[in-house]
Design a protein around this ligand. Structure first.
Ligand code: PEP
Ligand code: MN
Length: 262
């Protein structure tokens, strides 16, 4: 990979056999939220067929409004585990509070959402676990604050941390957030941790996911996490940014072609 220098000390995070970092590229895909058995299993099978290596799905959702769908909770985790069993894909899901931990025992990777990036109590608790953590960048967090959040996890002993840039808040209102591509080479310079990109939450619109995925790949990202829904128009959360399985298939194809060309 000519776009970045690989350091011998790069951290390689192992998510139940799927490696991220140090030259290993992860393709994480799935719906914003688990909505039903049919929905999650259908999406899981389709993204796997396109080359996804890890399945995502929210069960506990940090919604801006308390009146919006809050996720299926424990039932959502159960359905994710069923999709894992059905497809063999490891799963990643957001944990919002450490009291939810018993439900996550068989979840392969814990997601710390952007809104909880500086929930230091939660960071310290997941730092005591032997489980990979996907740490999203806070909505207006500096690189230094983001790195220190990762330190909170690692200082407790858990070094299996993957950083995720998911767009930051800027003066721009046309897009949901602004994807900070610079975060990829900058974090690779500052840290040994893998850096992946979430183009879905960055732009907030499905048609931007393909170009942003290629940009991230070109800049040396260690992976992508992309929202995919089998019926985006009816999604209970983040429908406008969700790719159809067919559109996701195109993204994986072009990302793979670009990686092979680098
Ligand atoms: C999500 O992944 O669905 C999510 C809520 O992400 P973020 O924390 O980046 O907003
Ligand atoms: Mn979402």
């Amino acid at each position: 990979n000519a776009t970045r220098r690989l350091h011998p000390e790069d951290t390689v995070v192992d998510v139940s056999g799927v490696k991220i970092g140090g030259g290993h590229f992860a393709m994480i895909a799935g719906p914003c939220s688990v909505e039903s058995r049919e929905q999650i299993i259908d999406i899981a099978k389709q993204v796997k067929a396109s080359g996804a290596t890890i399945l995502r799905g929210g069960a506990f959702k940090p919604r801006s409004s308390p009146y919006s769908f809050q996720g299926m909770g424990a039932d959502g985790i159960e359905l994710l585990l069923e999709a894992k069993k059905e497809t063999g894909l490891p799963i990643v899901s957001e944990i919002m509070d450490i009291s939810q931990l018993p439900l996550f025992e068989d979840v392969d990777m814990l997601q710390i959402g952007a809104r909880n990036m500086q929930n230091f109590t939660l960071l310290k608790e997941v730092g005591k676990l032997d489980k990979p953590v996907l740490l999203k960048r806070g909505l207006s967090a500096t690189y230094e604050e983001w790195l220190m959040a990762a330190e909170y996890i690692m200082s407790e002993g858990n070094h299996q941390v993957v950083l995720c840039e998911r767009g930051i808040r800027t003066f721009e209102t046309k897009t949901r957030n602004t994807l900070d591509i610079t975060a990829i080479p900058m974090m690779h310079e500052l840290t040994h941790l893998p850096v992946i990109i979430d183009p879905s939450h960055a732009a907030g619109m499905s048609r931007m996911v393909h170009p942003l995925s290629l940009a991230a790949t070109g800049a040396g990202a260690d992976g992508l996490i992309i929202e995919v829904h089998n019926n985006p128009a009816k999604a209970l959360c983040d429908g406008p940014q969700a790719l159809t399985p067919d559109a996701f298939d195109e993204v994986t194809r072009d990302v793979t072609a670009l990686r092979n060309a680098l």
